[in-house]
Design a protein around this ligand. Sequence first.
Ligand SMILES: Cc1cc2nc3c(=O)[nH]c(=O)nc-3n(C[C@H](O)[C@H](O)[C@H](O)COP(=O)(O)OP(=O)(O)OC[C@H]3O[C@@H](n4cnc5c(N)ncnc54)[C@H](O)[C@@H]3O)c2cc1C
Length: 332
Amino acid sequence: MKLNKTNLEQRLNHLYDVIVVGGGAGGLSAGIYLQRFRLSSLIIDKGKARSFWMQALHNYLGLPPDTSGRQLLQQGKQHYSALAGDFLEGYVEAVTEEVNTFTVRVKVGRQNSRHVKFYSKYLIVASGIIDHLVPLDDMQTVYDYAGYNLHVCMVCDGYEMIDQHCGFFAGSETSIEEMVFNLSWFTPKITIFTHGLFEVSDQMRGQLQEHGYRLVETPIQKFLGENHQMTGVELVDGSVIALETGLISMGSRYHNTYLQGLGLEMKGSNLVTDKLGRTSHPRIFAIGDLKVGLNQVVVAAGDGALAATQIWREIRKDAGPRKWLENVKVSA
Ligand SMILES: Cc1cc2nc3c(=O)[nH]c(=O)nc-3n(C[C@H](O)[C@H](O)[C@H](O)COP(=O)(O)OP(=O)(O)OC[C@H]3O[C@@H](n4cnc5c(N)ncnc54)[C@H](O)[C@@H]3O)c2cc1C
């Protein structure tokens, strides 16, 4: 059932088997598995998943390579709701635990918001991350191209950049170190932009020079282009640098504030899990971009399957096998 401010009363006293925080690729996949295992699940999602910004999913088996993230999410939501899963558009503010039950506090609606609580035995956290973009005065010139030929993920889109002149928009010297030399696998035509955000060491300057990569430290005024195709940047001094593609590597925001207080083991900002997605808490599973691993749709969807199946195994084991009662009577 699609829950909203007016009908959520019906579920406030329900103890769900699983509440899934986040309805992106991972959360929806988990929800589909949970419902097919005849478990009761609620997905709570604040919207605009990372995959929402993905204009084309080029690397997913079985889907046409121009499938957009929006199509994927829409299809996933329809699939989940056809299996009678509960879905609520809302923002999870906090999770607490008492006597083996999680209390999930949710803000519903931006205006005249309601603050409500839902309860579950297990929790799947699938709330993902969101990329930091180049911070310009006019962000619209970034949004016009981000996800088109201004990429945020080399694993996803390195192939799209082959031998093109690529602007690499770095957030720190570490991001240059970690990414630029790998990006050269796809293209050696790299211009690095620091946007004046940090100092580059002499050692790094030397390395970039050795490889023929240009370094631009003047801040960017705006991105240029049309029809969502970025063609270059204009710097604050008025000069223009032509580009064919771009990769932004400025870090990410992790959607994990609601987990504070649960003491989960982290590696940096990612949650540490075992192979099935279990965190350091036995009844909290983490899937997709939020956990340590590869940030890809296919991985998030696979994670959802693994976590949901493990939860089913545990709940099924606790419940024990069902009996065929009529048959028991007949044979007695
Ligand atoms: C521009 C772009 C292009 C990409 N291209 C590709 C590609 O070609 N191939 C590929 O495999 N991957 C690609 N990716 C990566 C892919 O989008 C992610 O790996 C994938 O979406 C991760 O899924 P997820 O379920 O972990 O998180 P998400 O899809 O981000 O879903 C998380 C959801 O949780 C919600 N949420 C967060 N906090 C809360 C909260 N407190 N309460 C309620 N809800 C919350 C978010 O709003 C979001 O809807 C791309 C990403 C971007 C940005």
